[in-house]
Design a binder for this molecule. Sequence first.
Ligand code: KPL
Length: 293
Amino acid sequence: MGTLWAARLARAGLPVTLIVRNAARLHAFKTALGITLVEGEQTQRFDVNAQLPEAQEPIERLLLTCKAYDAEHAISLIAHRLAPGAEVILLQNGLGSQQAVAARVPQARCIFASSTEGAFRDGDWRVVFAGQGHTWLGEPDAGEAPQWLAELRLSHIGHEWSPTILSRLWRKLALNCAINPLTVLYDCQNGGLQAHRTEVDTLCDELAALLIRCGQAAAADGLGAEVHRVIQATANNYSSMHQDVAQGRRTEISYLLGYACEAARQQKFAVPHLHAVHQRLIEHLSQRGLPCN
Ligand code: KPL
């Protein structure tokens, strides 16, 4: 997602600097001579800057696009570089990492984002824009839209300022909790869950009740029906968590089911089915030697 945003901002003539993990990545970037965006039949290369986290330059606006489990560490490496009043846009799945990042950088304005855009890498520093989508941005305490949203418009990044971003993130989390873990446990495409309708419905009922208990009634509204719509619309796809497990990658379990179970514990609200699926998933991951957090 970082490369996808960087390429479109650069295409609009805006200055972009990538912050890469380490010297080896910086070297690889310099060899690639920029980033490449593949969109339909079109392939375009863009020249952008890149630097290491330990560079000195102050940061005014940062888009953090790493996985949820890397976000807190990533921000800790550059927190001292954030200028007073800097803005940090957090584009992570699930919930929990955004709050952890915000607590680490109280001097910054943290903007949470939720996106339905799809992209994948087909080479180093190359991104394929696979699915047109939309990105919602907002502050958890419903702040005003920043001026620079106009720059996103210039870059043709479909977006909207959302006064209810937490509700959007909770809704997406609930959808992912109802679908992703079961696709891993049954080793199936999303459509395979049509054979486990009762189990999906039970999880949706529990998730909707939890959302209401957490003060997120709007995110609970019609959850079950939407989950079934998504299962049908994406029947031939493997969920992102299924893909992670199949490729031996760490999952974002702690920011999805883990977050939901922890919220239930804090609310003293019983979620036996969610809890059972969480435990089954932990067992499944540990049997495959994958992290359970
Ligand atoms: O977002 C998804 C994912 O795979 O992570 C969907 C397709 C909605 C399934 O939960």
